[in-house]
Design a protein around this ligand. Structure first.
Ligand SMILES: *Cc1c(COP(=O)(O)O)cnc(C)c1O
Length: 415
């Protein structure tokens, strides 16, 4: 089937807006955005045909407003918080990759999470994974609890823990799998069945696995969330987030909130993310290959006491990983049993940069206890195995042999 990328709204006569003022527009994929395999959709889905010059790449519509031909008569674009063609291209592209109908981009991953929580009201109860991204934990505990949201943090490695936490006011189950930095998995199909039976919303943060390796909507999730800052952009040059869903009622509400609260990304950042997703399947193959090689190599090093990687046969949830993921990615955590050594390694690598964040083409090394997870209470960290001697790697797309040599040299630096 030929790829027809022209936007109805950018060709032909001006359209009268079909969107009443009280309702925000919802970016819906076009039928052909689901044509072809994932790698082809990554390049083509959602792209805008440039009506002016025929630019092959979606233009950056760096504008805050759009000319109207008469009052209320326009091409479907009124004001850039509400609609922007570059943002819509990104929203359609990622929705297509996740197999969703609607996409809504935000100025950060946390702005996307914030919007999910705004679907709820005071008194509602959320069951959330206890090893979720630190910022997610902070947003729930320190912002939304003041607005009357009740949150239970549970270990989602065991679905029964979720079942036990559900109360008559529970509305939403918020899950991250694999988790950061412990690489714990949650059984998406089991949670999908549970939430459907109990009539609860099921939201999955798919930032680590990406749609290349895991598609939560196929397991019963209602909303998938990403920090596009990470693998989707993949080049560490922007911050952003996205929500995708196939449910009309949720899309309508999220679209309303996106416009009403206004946490939208700028067109330049949307364009950077859109450039990133074109190579997502290609990059993920290399992240995965490097992750597997480094995880295996780490298990053989005498300084290493434990390796956390779902692709290892020794990972306690390896069978589940194989069932619900088609690859394991580039995130690898390992313990060296001694705080001093962990600090020496983290500051001695040359290729691995000591930095927060993950998912870029360049390899990063981090010390979760003092960096990404410093805000998690020490007792809670210890309980999940997040020790002060734990190191987290975001394996980039460099040559694996160079990455191993870099770590090997760091392992042998003297105190
Ligand atoms: C980074 C991250 C977030 C938050 O995204 P920001 O873009 O930093 O706001 C949420 N979830 C996961 C898993 C992350 O890694």
């Amino acid at each position: 089937m030929p790829i027809n990328r022209s936007l109805a709204a950018t060709s032909g006569a001006p359209l009268r807006s079909t969107v009443p003022h009280s309702k925000a527009p919802m970016t819906r994929i076009r039928e052909h955005d689901l044509d072809h395999a994932l790698a082809t959709r990554a390049v083509h889905a959602g792209q805008v045909d440039d009506p002016l010059a025929g630019a092959v790449m979606t233009p950056i519509y760096q504008t805050s407003t759009y000319r109207q031909t008469a009052i209320g008569e326009h091409k479907g674009y009124e004001y850039a918080r509400t609609q922007n063609p570059t943002r819509e291209a990104l929203e359609r592209n990622i929705a297509s990759l996740e197999g969703a109908t609607y996409g809504f981009a935000f100025g950060s991953g946390l702005a996307a999470t914030d919007t999910v929580l705004k679907l709820l009201k005071s008194g509602d109860h959320v069951v959330c994974g206890d090893n979720v991204y630190g910022g997610t934990h902070r947003l729930m505990e320190r912002v939304y609890s003041a607005f009357g949201l009740k949150i239970s943090f549970v270990d989602m490695r065991n679905t029964a823990n979720i079942d036990r936490a559900i109360t008559p006011t529970t509305r939403l189950v918020y899950c991250e799998t694999p988790t950061n930095p412990m690489m714990f998995l949650a059984d998406l199909s089991a949670i999908g069945d549970l939430t459907q039976a109990r009539g609860l919303l099921f939201v999955v943060d798919n930032t680590f696995a990406t749609p290349v390796f895991q598609r939560p909507l196929t397991h019963g999730a209602n909303i998938v969330l990403h920090s596009t800052t990470k693998y989707l952009n993949g080049h560490s040059d922007m911050v952003g987030g996205i929500l995708v869903t196939s449910r009309d009622d949720l899309a309508e509400r999220i679209g309303f909130l996106q416009n009403a609260a206004g946490g939208v990304p700028g067109p330049m950042d949307c364009w950077l993310a859109l450039r990133g997703t074109k190579t997502l399947p290609l990059r993920m193959r290399q992240h995965d290959a490097n992750g597997r090689q480094l995880a295996a190599w780490l298990t053989e090093q005498r300084q290493v006491t434990k390796v956390y990687y779902p692709g290892l046969a020794s990972h306690p949830q390896h069978d589940l990983a194989k069932r619900q993921m088609s690859g394991f990615g580039g995130m690898v955590s390992f313990d060296v049993g001694e705080v001093g050594l962990a600090h020496r390694i983290a500051k001695s690598t040359k290729i691995f940069a000591l930095a927060e964040s993950l998912g870029g083409v360049e390899s990063l090394i981090g010390h979760p206890a003092s960096m990404t997870h410093a805000s998690v209470p020490p007792a809670m960290r210890q309980a999940m195995g997040l020790t002060d001697s734990l190191i987290r790697l975001s394996c980039g797309i460099e040559e694996a042999a160079d990455l191993m040599a870099d770590l090997d040299a760091a392992f042998h630096t003297r105190a």
